[in-house]
Design a protein around this ligand. Sequence first.
Ligand code: ADP
Length: 678
Amino acid sequence: MFDKVLIANRGEIACRIARTAKRLGIRTVAVHSEADARAMHVSVCDEAFLIGPPAARDSYLRSDRILEAAQRAGADAIHPGYGFLSENADFAEAVEGAGLVFVGPPASAIRAMGSKSNSKAIMAAAGVPLVPGYHGESQDAEELATEAGRIGYPVLIKASAGGGGKGMRIVRDARAFADALASARREAASAFGDDRILVEKYLERPRHVEMQVFADTHGNALHLFERDCSVQRRHQKVLEEAPAPGLDGQRRRQMGSAALAAARAVNYVGAGTVEFILDATGQFFFMEMNTRLQVEHPVTEMITGIDLVEWQLRVAAGEPLPLAQDQVPLHGHAIEARIYAEDPARDFLPAIGRLDHLREPARSEHVRVDTGVREGDDISPHYDPMIAKLVCWDLDRAGALRRMRRALADYEIAGVTTNLDFLASVVTHRAFAEAHHDPGLLDTGLIERYRSELFEDRGPAGDDVIAVAALSRLLASRSRARERASRSSDPYSPWNLATGWRLNEDNHHALEFRDGERQVAVIAHFRARGYELELNGRRVFVDGEEIGDGTLAVTIDGARLLVRTVVRGNEITIFAHGRSHRLALHTREAERDAGDGGSLVSPMPGTVIGVLVRPGDVVERGARLMLVEAMKMEHTITAPGAGVVREIFFAPGDPVGEGVELLAFEPASPTHDEEGKR
Ligand code: ADP
């Protein structure tokens, strides 16, 4: 076994690999870009090397710098994870050439499977079933159109070098073929630098089922069953599970043998995944082989109890596979959800920003969270915006689903838009939830088919959510007033009371929130215990207290509810009933709070529309520094106190993520005068 392994990756998979290495007593070496200097994967490894600027092509894709780091660290092997250089045959060769072990298959196997058309030719020769199609050399448009006609419409055009669904076009009739071909080519050329395409029969309502295979250097090969990854959006996986609902033992054996035939045909070694597409009758066809660890490998680990990374390392070190095919356990059911920083409502547009608040569900033998980020970390535009993989296991699918719903409800993220609510909608939707009774419900079109239900506008926040928001503001202003009073020379001054008493005012307080496009006004009347709120023409009694860790125990009209609130700038996120609700504060109080908090960060993802100061400017407290437009509103960034503007990080027109620092500000040390003003 190795003494030291370099992990040529970042994020959750780098952390995942380090965890197993550590357990096996192997020392770990991280590599990182400038953007990742304080990333989790760096902190969990024994050593770390900076390999370049943030952009992946200048860092995580620089095989020369990674090899140099491996040599300086004295590593004996390199684990590439997934993505980046994991399926780069030249890199695998370079690693071996440098006298290190590449934890993965031989370069020749990566090359053979690297091209969709080449791999299909090899599979055909090995007797692995293929979707009827044309995988030949010719790229002549007319010839391809003829082939499409022979295959029979609808057909699917795919980029030969494809991945991630790029360069794919469904063509339903001959007249549309030429245009679709041209656009698929353009997309393939720009995504992969290779515009070769292939054409195959487009299967209606197919399922995506893949087999996990493993082979060692002693001629042994076995499979670790299948994963169903049919729930996809734009050909990208959203949920994965094992075993596949409704797949019978005989079909599983057939698919296992086909997958092993595929692996043997390219002299495979290590972990690999053979992807199949199943038609409505359960017939299966080879799609491609991924010559690396997959993102969704944890579901296989949960049902087999096998650590796939451990097997990878053992096989790479020359050990034989520890089990025979009939010794591989299959126990229970596991489902994985990919938690992404993205906005499902805006066509899954990636989101960036700071994870201001992050609470994961409790981990147990049933709930696994694989992540590479912590609270306070940034989701940067440089890399895949995955936040975590949430994996739930139970004895059967219904149990795993129940655990998944609960775990998603317990997941709290604020600061960055995520797909958590969308995932909750999918796992609750009857088509997915009932798929073990009726596997016909599960296919790659599920999300599209139920689009209107899954993307349903959740409507306005309920009255109880608004009541919680109001209560949270009222409690905050009370504690601020108490703090002021304790500092003030006259703690009994009426100016320091927060009971709502004001000179010439009734004892009430007006609050205003913005919920999406809607304005909600709340009048709070101060009562001996709690508050009586007027909202939406109703009267609601609320009371509550902070019980630690940001949790509020709230009583609304006599019903007790535990909620969590996160306030940042003029935005408040409320986690209640297993969902999050984001409201904007829209009051003078909010403006004052923003000033008090000294937040020099962008309040929401938006655009800088004005810079009102220059580096070196000396400003007073409350001076207007910058304007940011976000969610169709203009936000003024003001000075939190007297001080000097040191540096301005953005110019008008620049997009800014949520919570991104806009400028460097150095507060002046408080003078007597300033103190006196309080
Ligand atoms: P990529 O490498 O770009 O991810 P794949 O060949 O793996 O492309 O296919 C991605 C997804 O596209 C599959 O999971 C499946 O949903 C769909 N798909 C691929 N081939 C077909 C086909 N012949 N008919 C219908 N859907 C297909």
